[in-house]
Design a protein around this ligand. Structure first.
Ligand code: CDT
Length: 310
């Protein structure tokens, strides 16, 4: 029997510091309704979707940071309307948020929510970019290593929506290991949200390739593992910083089959055949037949690159 799933990548335009959770939840709920109206059964929202991208700022008062940007509970009183609407419409979703656990640990987290409102899976971001301390003289900071711990749940996959679903978050999409660990569990669809700023002080030649690199990593991750990849951006001009858009749905062929073209709230929708990846998984990327892990040991034994002696 054909396994088709109609998916929406729900891109969010900028969210500012002054925007309350209620503002974010209203916009997310509007996108959810619109996606449902277009026949989508699953919506992918961005990373840290309830607030502005706060790791751009060094902030001294952690209690205030926790209050403004972290979720102690999900859903909470303020985020509940999104969950209620999704349940009412019978539509599932992926969403990213800043998680503060009862033990006081902080993670950059994403959850997979089923059409009945239950949380089917959780992922905590593993590749945290940037620095733990503010870098002097840098135009914009990227302090994820300051605000979050490295995720402790690995790259799990979940049987849901008639397929094998995986999650990662933003910077994870740039690392081939992210996709391959899920590929080795037979993943059929990887969802990810991102906040990718440009102009944090890098040189123009790097910044100008940001959109290309965004497509490059998601397209290669999809193709090399025979999986769908759905990327949803929070983008636009947020608190004085530009963040890239081009939220996209990418087929296991590596082709972009739907893409957002604005820098605001926008959907791109596509009916995805979850069996399509088999054409790659059973042939060119038949892992069991062709992989040679005995030659890949360095990948798990070594972290940083070490060139051979002169
Ligand atoms: N959110 C996130 O992970 N953003 C990073 C920006 C890196 S710039 C220090 C990304 O990889 O897009």
């Amino acid at each position: 029997m054909a396994r088709h799933l109609k998916i929406a990548a729900a891109q969010l335009g900028p969210l500012h510091k002054a925007d309350s959770r209620a503002v974010a939840v209203k916009r997310l709920t509007n996108l959810l309704r619109e996606a449902h109206g277009m026949g989508a059964k699953f919506v992918v929202f961005p990373e840290l979707a309830f607030t502005t991208f706060f790791p751009r700022w060094w902030m001294e008062n952690q209690a205030e940071v926790d209050e403004r940007f972290f979720e102690k509970q999900i859903p909470s009183r303020e985020t509940q309307p999104l969950f209620d609407e999704a349940k009412k419409l019978g539509i599932g979703f992926y969403i990213g948020y800043a998680e503060l656990t009862p033990e006081g640990r902080r993670f950059n987290t994403a959850i997979l929510v089923g059409p009945d409102g239950s949380i089917v899976g959780k992922y905590r971001k593993i590749h945290l970019p940037g620095t733990a301390d503010a870098v002097e003289g840098r135009q914009g900071q990227h302090l994820e290593k300051h605000y979050f711990e490295v995720g402790d749940l690995g790259f799990g996959v979940f049987r849901a929506f008639g397929g094998i679903m995986g999650m990662c978050i933003c910077n994870d999409r740039r690392w081939p290991e992210t996709y391959r660990v899920m590929g080795l569990q037979g993943v059929e669809m990887i969802m990810l949200g991102y906040n990718s700023p440009v102009g944090l002080g890098d040189s123009f030649d790097l910044d100008s390739l940001e959109l290309f690199h965004n497509r490059l990593v998601m397209q290669s991750g999809a193709y090399q593992n025979g999986t769908w990849v759905i990327g949803a951006a929070k983008c636009g001009f947020e608190e004085g910083y530009h963040m890239i858009g081009q939220s996209a749905i990418i087929a296991p062929s590596g082709e972009i089959v739907a893409m957002c073209h604005t820098y605001g709230d926008e959907l791109c929708v596509r009916r995805c055949d979850l069996d399509f990846g088999l054409r790659y998984k059973n042939d060119i990327f038949n892992f069991a037949a062709h992989r040679r892990p005995e030659h890949y040991r360095l990948i798990v034994e070594r972290t940083g690159a070490k060139p051979p002696p002169e």
